[in-house]
Design a protein around this ligand. Structure first.
Ligand code: APR
Length: 308
């Protein structure tokens, strides 16, 4: 079987972290693309030299053009302008829409059969934009948000209960921003809903910390976090190239599910070789549904800003 090919556009903090984890997991060959000549090539060479130490086989290369990405199975988009302290995700909208538009055209030209995984913020809006520019069926364009948001939720629950992260699964729906919807009823430790393990006021505090998870790191680092985001992208790439059929929250195109139409927003999906193999509709309380619709409304306005 030929090796899979995964391209990562944007060899910055998140892109390079994802590329390195993908190579370490031996998911396939990795091509990084960036506009800053020397950076993707240099990082690729550096990562390749970790191969004999970490014992992974992956051809790693870097480029400022797209020829080397040709025939990719998965293309991850991380290119964009980073969020600076005090800047909201929405501030990034117009700048990143331009970048994502150009990048998507190039991806489609060289890898017409790939699955696109979006990371650039504001995430749900950029995923919608890439889908529209690509002309791909919507199952082949998916956004990374819920994997990271639920990983943050899981981390905080682990800290709270002093329990292994391995036993914690969490569900976070909605947009990747302040309006995201952590769902404690669907968040379990060893199969036990956290509503039976943590008092509700503490769950509210942990949910708030999850919603502000990105901002908390920006305040500390002065740039966005990247280890957890990179790991989340690598997990999605793995689900696609290995056709793992993971049931995880991702930003997917809704066509009436949850009474939301023609919008990308975070929902539970099955992620497989074809991309979004299935969107799962779970039961929500009136309050949970209202929160999801409130989140959706924010992103509906966002796609309006960039002309949809
Ligand atoms: N084509 C290719 N690469 C680009 C382009 C472009 N048109 N425009 C910018 N880039 C590259 C930058 O040169 C940089 O190396 O994208 C990379 C972004 O990396 P970082 O600035 O380190 O940002 P990072 O923390 O990795 O975040 C990536 O996620 O949080 C979002 O919106 C944020 O766009 C940012 C993205």
């Amino acid at each position: 079987m030929a090796r899979k090919k995964i391209s990562v556009i944007g060899a910055g903090n998140v892109g390079a972290t994802a590329a390195f984890l993908i190579a370490q997991k031996q998911l396939g060959d990795v091509v990084m693309v960036d506009i800053i000549d020397g950076v993707p090539q240099g990082k690729a060479l550096d990562m390749a030299q970790a191969g004999p130490v970490e014992m992974f086989d992956a051809n790693l290369s870097g480029s400022v053009g797209y020829e080397e990405t040709a025939g990719s199975d998965v293309v991850i988009i991380t290119s964009g302008s980073p969020r600076k302290p005090g800047m909201t995700r929405e501030d990034l909208l117009n700048t990143n829409a331009k970048i994502v538009g150009i990048v998507t055209e190039n991806i489609v030209k060289h890898s017409p059969d790939c699955v696109i995984v979006m990371l650039t913020n504001p995430l749900d809006i950029m995923t919608y934009h890439a889908w529209r520019v690509s002309g791909f069926p919507s199952e082949r364009v998916v956004g990374q948000a819920g994997v990271l948001d639920s990983a943050r939720f899981r981390t905080f629950i682990s800290m709270e209960l002093n329990v292994s992260v391995e036993d914690i699964t969490a569900m976070v729906m909605g947009g990747h921003g302040d309006t995201m919807v952590p769902l404690p009823r669907y968040t379990t430790v060893g199969g036990i809903p956290i509503t039976q393990l943590i008092p509700s006021e503490r769950i509210d505090e942990i949910s708030d910390r999850t919603r502000n998870g990105g901002g908390e790191i920006v305040e500390l680092l002065k740039v966005s976090g990247y280890y957890a985001a990179g790991a989340s992208l690598a997990q999605m790439a793995e689900a696609i190239v290995l056709d793992k059929k993971r049931l995880i929250p991702c930003s997917a195109h809704l066509t009436g599910q949850y009474e939301i139409n023609d919008l990308y927003i975070g929902v539970p999906i099955i992620l497989a070789a074809s991309g979004v193999e299935k969107i799962i509709e779970i039961e929500l309380t009136a309050e949970e549904k209202a929160s999801l619709h409130n989140s959706a409304e924010t992103y509906r306005q966002g796609i309006g800003v960039i002309g949809y």
